[in-house]
Design a protein around this ligand. Structure first.
Ligand code: AMP
Ligand code: MG
Length: 423
């Protein structure tokens, strides 16, 4: 980042940045890590694919039966009245029927059996009457081509099956296996160093003196970073002491691709985080027009030919999480080489009235459910203070009130981002 970088320009701005502006500045500054490693499928879940995967084969490799039943020649189906066919053999999945299937003949097949060359249609068992080696098919229950899976209908040889940048899901592992691919190139895991700052913080197992609180941010960060598939470097709690902070940042810089801290980034904070971050690197301290999560530090620290990105998240526990999700998460995915997949915004009817000033984005913690009429509806999880972590814990979604919007009345539609998905 040089003197004319967007970060540098925004550093001097008096006004708060909008969420979208901050996201854009971060996106422009981030560069992905390029290192690639090969992993077997069992190690590939949630990893970022480093190259396009081209299908080496057709899937399926042959036309095959989509149902248990009888493979027949569509031309034999009677235009009116019942069709009677002779069963002359069978083809079960994995076994090909050898020999010709002539006029008014059929063979018994199971799902997945290769379609004989002479046949183009499968009639399911339950639609026919079988007597000895004759089946009777009522009129109009099937037509030519029914219940036949075509060669390559899933994947065609030579076509891209999965694109580089994809975060591999369970279905992708199955898809790769269906192509006979046992290992894939993925980006190496991102190394993330994280620590909490504050004299008042105590680690678990320590006793709390008056004014002390337990450090919770390190645990929410641990959870969020683990979900993203990062390699974690836990640097503990760092006191508001310039020398310790500088030493910790330097150590983090040696080991990590990116550093996440919480606390000490707001204006007038009685600590030294801002000062040391600014001394060690090109770090901007932003005011962002949002709630919760107004202060955010972003930039990089350069050391021994290495540039490590740094996010200084606000200390209030909900603000830490919200800032992580809307600023750090997309940036980490970008560093991991993942293609941008914006989180889907759903619309839901608000059961709660919410006071909201235009001119900032608000993230309320919500509980999404279905109303009696089946429509999605959402209510907030009680008190929404940025220190009330219970609001996050009880929520199953975040209600996003956009920058320009005003008060929300009961019954108004709002946008929500759901926390957990099926996959
Ligand atoms: P700060 O941004 O350092 O001024 O912190 C803002 C508020 O968040 C203060 O009330 C801190 O005590 C609290 N806080 C900061 N870091 C943590 C943490 N790691 N765990 C829990 N609370 C924190
Ligand atoms: Mg602090």
């Amino acid at each position: 980042m040089n003197a004319t970088s967007p970060i540098e320009q925004s550093r001097h701005g008096q006004d708060a940045l909008t969420v979208a502006q901050a996201q854009t500045l971060i996106r422009q500054a981030i560069t992905p890590i390029n290192a690639v490693e090969n992993v077997t499928l069992y190690g590939a879940l949630d990893r970022i694919l480093a190259a396009d995967i081209i299908s080496p084969i057709h899937v399926p490799a042959h036309d095959n039966a989509a149902m248990d039943g009888y493979a027949l020649r569509g031309a034999d189906l009677a235009v009116a009245g019942e069709t009677r066919l002779h069963i002359i053999g069978q083809a079960y999945a994995g076994h090909r029927h050898e020999g010709v299937i002539g006029k008014e003949q059929c063979i018994a097949v199971t799902t997945g059996a290769i379609m004989p060359d002479d046949c183009d249609t499968v009639v399911p068992h339950e639609l026919v009457q079988q007597t000895a080696d004759i089946i009777a098919i009522p009129t109009d229950v099937i037509k030519t081509g029914d219940n036949r899976r075509r060669t390559g209908e899933d994947l065609t040889a030579g076509a891209p099956a999965l694109r580089a940048g994809r975060r591999l899901k369970p279905a992708d592992l199955g898809l790769l296996a269906s192509l006979g691919i046992a290992s894939v190139p993925v980006r190496r895991k991102l190394r993330v160093a994280f620590f909490s700052t504050g004299d008042e913080l105590r680690s678990l197992g320590e006793t709390l003196d008056p004014g002390n609180i337990y450090d919770s941010n390190r645990y929410t960060l641990f959870g969020m970073l683990t979900r993203l598939g990062c390699e974690l470097i836990d640097m503990g709690v760092v006191k508001d002491n310039p020398a310790t902070l500088e030493h910790t940042l330097q150590q983090a810089c040696e080991q990590a691709d990116v550093i996440l801290t919480s606390g000490g980034v707001s204006v007038g904070a009685a600590d030294h985080t801002r000062e040391i971050m600014a001394k060690l690197g090109d770090v901007a301290f932003w005011k962002i027009a949002m709630r919760p999560g107004r202060p955010l530090a972003f930039g990089s620290i350069a050391m021994q030919n290495k540039r490590v990105f740094l996010f200084g998240l606000p200390g209030n526990p909900v603000a830490t999480m919200v800032s992580f999700y809307f600023f750090a998460r997309p940036a980490l995915l970008q560093m991991m080489g993942a293609t941008d997949e914006p989180l889907p915004l759903l619309r839901a009817r608000s059961e709660t009235a919410m006071r909201k000033k235009p001119g900032r984005t608000e993230y309320q913690r919500g509980i999404l459910s279905l109303a009696a009429d089946g429509a999605p509806c959402v209510r907030i999880t009680g008190a929404q203070g940025s220190g009330i972590l219970r609001s996050m814990s009880e929520a199953n979604c975040m209600i996003v009130l956009p920058h320009e919007s005003g008060n929300v009345d009961v019954g108004d539609e709002v946008s929500v981002i759901v926390f957990d998905g099926l996959v």
